[in-house]
Write a protein that binds this ligand. Structure first.
Ligand code: ATP
Ligand code: MG
Length: 315
């Protein structure tokens, strides 16, 4: 079986119980929930049956244990998640606004996540990997950017593959060096998983089909364009598959893209055909939005398949 590895931030999310703006008065919260975009991805990939490992860092605290326990229970190899003796595990307080946007109060960069580096354990995990999943917003330190480039180069030299989910809010691109880091990742991406306007990263056009054609001509094997409640579309230059959304009662949309990616990559690396990868990834995305907590809706393969079969949508 292919070994799928991801790297980046690990944090807990603590969610306000009421909708509103910011955190300026006392309020009640529910949490901690395990979180972090690549953490959600790797949990979902493992739950789909993938052979997985994760490279990150947590603090020597309960927030770290919440994540380690979740990933261990899912069967993820956590040997390359370092435990920092000083810094706490990353955290994000989150509150939904009435319009569905979110306010955050968080510390990730100056948490244990910011100390993620190429330890001997990480080197070992990368050396055994056949696939690297990169998340754009995870590249917030020079060290993580360098590790990503090194691991991707080595894995590809061995015939392995790289997937890339930008997961970037526009304001993040102002981070010094991030734009260049993203362009570098795009240059070694085999499977691109953009959401909405992220499809235009690295190309000079405002036409989505043209952007996708450009990415494929530049060497990508496939592009899967996620479009939230409008579903997702797969392109590989010869095939275009459109997957309408599965019916879902949206409770908490955080993590839908990561669950979609985790399911897609696990199936793609297991040799499933693109239509089945797309169908089950969309089902995983729909299931993800129906539970409160970023990875509470990341279901196991049997549940994802049963949901997709029970809610067959016309293509
Ligand atoms: P994230 O907020 O995790 O970054 P994203 O923007 O990367 O998400 P989305 O496009 O929101 O990714 O979601 C990924 C996929 O999950 C969609 O393409 C769709 O198939 C499915 N999905 C997301 N939201 C819904 C929904 N409300 N109903 C049904 N399916 C959904
Ligand atoms: Mg996303």
């Amino acid at each position: 079986m292919s070994k799928i590895v991801s790297l980046g931030e690990t944090l807990v999310e603590v969610m306000a119980d009421t909708k509103g703006y910011g955190f300026l008065e006392p309020m009640t919260f529910t949490g901690p929930f395990p979180s972090g975009a690549p953490t959600i991805f790797i949990s979902q990939a493992a739950r789909m049956g993938g052979d997985t490992a994760y490279v990150s860092a947590v603090g020597d605290d309960d927030f770290g244990k919440v994540n380690l326990t979740r990933l261990r229970d899912d069967g993820v190899d956590v040997s390359a998640i370092a435990i920092d003796p000083i810094l706490p595990t990353g955290h994000a307080f989150v509150r939904y606004r009435p319009d569905g946007n979110r306010d955050f109060c968080y510390n990730i960069t100056y948490s244990a996540s910011g100390t993620t580096r190429m330890t001997p354990e990480a080197e070992k995990v990368f050396a055994g990997a056949d696939h690297l999943h990169v998340v754009g917003n995870s590249m917030f330190t020079d060290e993580i950017r360098a590790m990503t480039a090194k691991a991707a180069g080595d894995i590809k030299a061995r015939g392995g593959t790289v997937s890339f989910d930008p997961n970037l809010r526009k304001e993040m691109l102002a981070q010094p060096g991030l734009q260049a880091a993203i362009e570098k990742v795009l240059s070694f991406t085999d499977l691109f998983l953009p959401s909405g306007d992220e499809v235009f990263l690295g190309v000079d056009t405002s036409d989505a089909e043209e952007a996708i054609a450009h990415h494929l001509a530049a060497g990508m094997t496939a592009v899967v364009h996620k479009r939230g409640t409008e579903g997702a579309t797969f392109y590989d230059g010869t095939l275009m598959l459109n997957q309408p959304p599965f019916p879902a009662e949206e409770v908490d949309p955080t993590g839908a893209g990561d669950c979609f990616g985790g399911a897609f990559v696990a199936l793609w690396k297991a040799g499933e055909d693109p239509a089945e990868c797309l169908r089950l990834a969309a089902a995983a995305g729909a299931l993800a939005v129906m539970k409160r907590g970023p990875m509470s809706g990341a279901e196991h393969a049997d549940t994802v398949r049963a949901f997709a079969d029970a809610h067959a949508v016309d293509i």
